[in-house]
Design a protein. Sequence first.
Length: 117
Amino acid sequence: VQLQASGGGLVQAGGSLRLSCAASGRTFSSYVMGWFRQAPGKEREFVASITKSGAGTYYADSMKGRFTISRDNAKNTVYLQTNSLKPEDTAVYSCSAGSRWPPTDYWGKGTQVTVSS
């Protein structure tokens, strides 16, 4: 499966962005999907994941209540709605896919999110 993230940009603290990740290749609905991020000088960290059907979601503690992951299997797309953004959310956000959790079998090119104070 090939993945391409989009929707990043520059936003002020407190703002929102909706990230999208389009998938192509094998059946999208057969994959657990996830979002990860990597800030400059830091290791990549888990953000959120969603089950194959979309019925279940899982978040890193620091993102709970601010970020929402969703998917549209008809459009082969997974989304990450990011609200109440903070400068420390600045990172390259990448989507991923896997046959099971953690979804780390396939990776897409990330999209830059920059939050100004």
